[in-house]
Design a protein around this ligand. Structure first.
Ligand code: ZN
Length: 528
């Protein structure tokens, strides 16, 4: 068993903000509609002649952008992102590929037309085989031509043409929904303890490619930070690592690390929404191991806030496993530690788990068996296409703990809705939001002012009494959802105290009767 799959058990209701998956109801006004018609300059000029009587026709058109989406009303794509158009043309009998295999791309702003030739098979088959591109026509669309409102038109024909009726079957106009480009900023934060420091590939393009090939983001700006030494936690680990030893930490220790990196990440945050703010990846040193209680061979390898901005994972030094030359070999063509980063980033895109391999905290928007629904995947970095049809136990959702993982179509569309800003949770729009993060520590609670909470929060059993000029008021803070974690005790709480002039907080949480008072001086001391 892959140790990551032991990551274990989270709980939770997914995504409080997570209702409505897919592309249907939530596309909203952020998705511009395409113009109503193809400009004259971009119209296909079919040759009308004698009937060819060969049955040549376009049988299937789909977009390969991470996943394979039929080119219909449900499809949703991201601008400025590597996209391959797939066209399956069939005929009544096996024949040579038609000479004209034209794709015209019409710029929505200028109307300018770009003509590309479709490549692929030299033979036209008699039926569509969705599991391979070998019999299809394909073209890689330059990301700069993928814009909201871009229109596409296709024509396949022989030079001699065909009858009017037949010609209608070899033409197709496409006006897909394309969201604005999604540009992510990711700070890579090497965690340093006892002189040991975490690491990630120094090649930013490699790191960016890990996320763009699996998620609905167009580009990732990678920023490496100086080593980050968490203070006030993991002191025993620092001592052990300083003495050249490994340290076996608990899940609770790992959550403390996540909380500390998240406090740091909040100082880099921008705007008032987690979805659109820069994100942080804390990579911890190899000598720091987090294990389930009593285990000597299982590891927790990654942790993240669902709908938050911070994840922590094991260090890694590569993304691609170049020796794996096919997606159908038994091991993944992406390094397992890198895949963990992509999985945790999925949590930052507000996804919870797909139910496979013991993953809990399942996201109802994903497939019930945690797999890919026999769908296909396209890795734009490796140029690799695969189909899970007939191989349903071989591939699984990136958000599961099973099998070779890829993004499911449901996960892709749900995270695209979240990240593209089409969905705005009501709590993110309020007027005077003043959020404070309450982090449990060994000695009490750490109070940190934050620009925003994670997009997904859940109710907790904690109560807070807030004192202000207008008196004492009981309030219920909400709790972060940390994927892969079964320990609610160590998760931070979030409280929006709005416009109140807070003078003191008393917190009762987790049945521990733990209370702590704050004054404005404490606030200043914690950097507020
Ligand atoms: Zn997870």
């Amino acid at each position: 068993m892959n140790p990551r799959y032991l990551l274990a058990a989270s709980l939770f209701l997914t995504a409080c903000g997570g209702g409505g998956g897919g592309s249907g109801d939530s596309a909203g006004s952020a998705i511009p509609t395409a113009p109503a018609s193809v400009a004259a300059s971009c119209q296909q000029q079919a040759v009308i002649g004698a009937a060819a009587n060969d049955g040549l026709r376009i049988a299937r058109v789909s977009w390969l952008q991470v996943i394979d989406q039929l080119a219909d009303d449900q499809a949703m794509l991201v601008a400025e992102k590597a996209t391959r158009l797939r066209v399956d043309v069939v005929a009544d009998s096996l024949r040579n590929a038609p000479a004209r295999r034209e794709l015209r791309i019409q710029d929505p702003a200028t109307g300018e037309c770009t003509l590309l030739s479709m490549n692929g098979t030299s033979r036209v088959p008699t039926r569509v085989d969705e599991t391979t591109l070998a019999n299809s026509f394909v073209v890689d669309i330059p990301p700069t031509l993928m814009k909201s409102g871009t229109r596409f038109s296709l024509l396949f024909d022989d030079a001699s043409g065909r009858s009017e009726t037949e010609s209608a079957l070899v033409k197709r106009s496409l006006a897909p929904r394309i969201t604005a480009a999604v540009r992510e900023t990711l700070y890579v934060v090497p965690v340093s303890l006892g002189g040991r420091t975490g690491y990630a590939p120094g090649d930013s393009a490699q790191l960016a490619g890990l996320l763009t090939r699996l998620h609905p983001v167009s580009a990732v700006n990678i920023i490496q930070t100086a080593p980050f030494t968490p203070s006030g936690i993991l002191s025993a680990a620092a001592t052990a690592l300083g003495n050249g030893l490994n340290f076996n930490g608990t899940l609770s220790d790992m959550q403390s690390l996540l909380n500390a990196v998240d406090d740091y990440c909040q100082t880099l945050a921008q705007g008032n929404r987690a979805a659109l703010s820069p994100k942080c990846l804390g990579v911890f040193p190899d000598q720091l191991l987090f294990r389930p209680a009593g285990s000597t061979n299982s590891l927790y390898t990654g942790l993240a806030f669902v709908g938050g901005i911070t994840m922590v994972t094991q260090s890694f030094n590569r993304v691609d496993v170049m020796s794996v030359s096919s997606p159908y070999l038994s091991s993944h063509w992406i390094d397992d530690r890198a895949l963990t980063v992509a999985h945790e980033y999925g949590h930052l895109l507000d996804l919870d788990h797909a139910a496979c391999g013991g993953a809990t905290g399942t996201d109802p928007r994903l497939y019930g068996d945690g797999r890919l629904n026999a769908g296909s995947g396209f890795d734009a970095v490796r140029g690799v296409f695969f189909s899970a049809a007939g191989r349903t136990s071989e591939f699984a959702d990136l958000m599961s703990y099973c099998g070779k993982e890829w993004t499911s179509d449901r996960g892709y569309l749900a995270s695209l809705n979240y990240r593209s800003g089409a969905r705005v949770a009501s709590r993110e729009t309020g007027g005077s939001a003043n959020w404070v993060k309450l982090t449990p520590t060994e000695t009490g609670w750490r109070l940190t002012p934050v620009a925003f909470p994670p997009a997904t929060l859940e109710t907790s059993d904690a109560m807070v009494t807030l004192h202000s000029a207008s008196g004492a008021e009981d309030m219920a803070p909400q709790q972060a959802v940390i994927s892969d974690s079964t320990e609610p005790e160590n998760r931070p709480l979030y409280l929006n105290f709005g416009a109140r002039e807070m003078t003191q907080l008393v917190i009762h949480a987790h049945g521990k009767r733990r209370e702590q008072r704050w004054t404005p001086m404490d606030w200043l001391r914690t950097g507020g």
